[in-house]
Structure formats: C-alpha cells, structure tokens
Write a protein that binds this ligand. Structure first.
Ligand code: HEC
Length: 151
C-alpha cells in the first residue's frame, strides 16, 4: 500500500510539473505579451501630435520636455509598469486638462509602440500593469509602421 500511494504521489508530482512546463511553453503568462492594439497606437499618435508634441517633440525626441522614446525613456520608465505610465500621463500636460482616459490609453499605447513594443489583440486598459522593460525593446519601429495607414 505504501509503495502504491508513493507511486501515486510521484505521478501527481510529475503531472503538475508537466502542466506547469507546458503552460510556460505555450506562453500563457501574459506578462510580456502584446498589451495594446494597433488601433490604439494609431489613435494615440493623433492625440500625441495635437496634445503632447508641442513640448515632447513630434518625433518624441524631447523639446521643452523629456524625450518619450529611446534610452532616456527606457531609463526613466523601464522598471515601471504600463499602469504607472498611464497614471503619470493623466497628470499631463502639466497644469493643463488631461485627455479623457480612452485617449490617454491610446497615447500610452503609442508611446509603448514607439519604444519597440508590439501591438496585438488585447487592448490596453487602465489596469494593465506590465513592466515596461518586459515589452519595450527600445527599438523604434520603422516610419511605415509608426504611422499605421488606415483610411
Ligand atoms: C506644456 C508642456 C507639456 C505638454 C503639452 C505635455 N508634457 Fe509631458 N512633460 C512636460 C514636462 C515639463 C515634463 C517633465 C516633468 C518633470 O520632470 O517633473 C514632462 C514629463 C512627461 C513624462 C515623463 C518623462 C520622463 O522621462 O520621466 C511623460 C511620460 C509625459 N510627460 C507624457 C506626456 C503626454 C502623454 C502628453 C500628452 C498627453 C504630455 N506629456 C504633454 C511637459 C509637457
């Protein structure tokens, strides 16, 4: 009896290990998956160009305000989450009226895209809290991708 239950126990341990292994292989951990859609990034570009670019530069390279793409952005935001960035953006422009949440999420999606994060099927939400260095490669997308063409 002892050996039988010992065997059963070993089999269950093996099963658990197998399930955990398969889960990580199939990438069901959403921690680094795409967290915004291309539509959000595209809408975000429009809002960015109108509301943010006067201070942060039309190429996000910074002007009267810090750069929002490239190494400076990675340094300032890499260890923080997408939710942190969204909350911070709600305080922008300084002393001005923040964008409505949906537009603000779109701008955050655009910033992530411009820092190399890939778009996918899941829309960015205020509650999406993924570490930015986990999705942003730091590589700006080529211009053709930066401006998603949709008419
Ligand atoms: C009137 C000028 C102005 C406008 C418009 C503006 N910002 Fe800013 N932004 C600033 C300044 C100045 C800072 C630096 C604040 C500080 O260091 O305390 C900043 C900082 C930031 C940061 C942090 C950068 C870093 O390196 O930590 C983010 C993110 C940001 N702004 C996003 C936005 C977004 C998104 C918009 C448009 C919705 C926007 N800003 C519009 C002036 C502006």
């Amino acid at each position: 009896m002892r050996t039988a239950s010992g065997l059963t126990w070993s089999i269950s341990v093996l099963a658990v290990v197998a399930i955990v292994g398969v889960t990580s292989l199939t990438g069901q951990t959403p921690a680094t998956g795409p967290v915004f859609t291309a539509q959000q990034a595209e809408a975000g570009k429009q809002h960015y160009d109108t509301t943010c670019s006067p201070c942060h530069g039309s190429d996000l390279g910074g002007a009267d305000a810090p750069a929002l793409a490239g190494p400076d952005f990675a340094k300032a935001w890499g260890t923080q989450t997408t939710a942190d960035l969204f909350k911070y953006a709600q305080g922008m422009p300084p002393g001005g009226t923040p964008l409505p949440d949906d537009d603000n999420l779109a701008v955050v999606a655009y910033l992530l895209q411009q820092n190399g994060a890939a778009a996918g099927a899941t829309p960015l939400l205020p509650t999406t809290a993924v570490k930015i260095s986990g999705i942003a490669t730091g590589k700006r997308p080529p211009m053709a991708m930066a401006v998603a063409h949709r008419r």
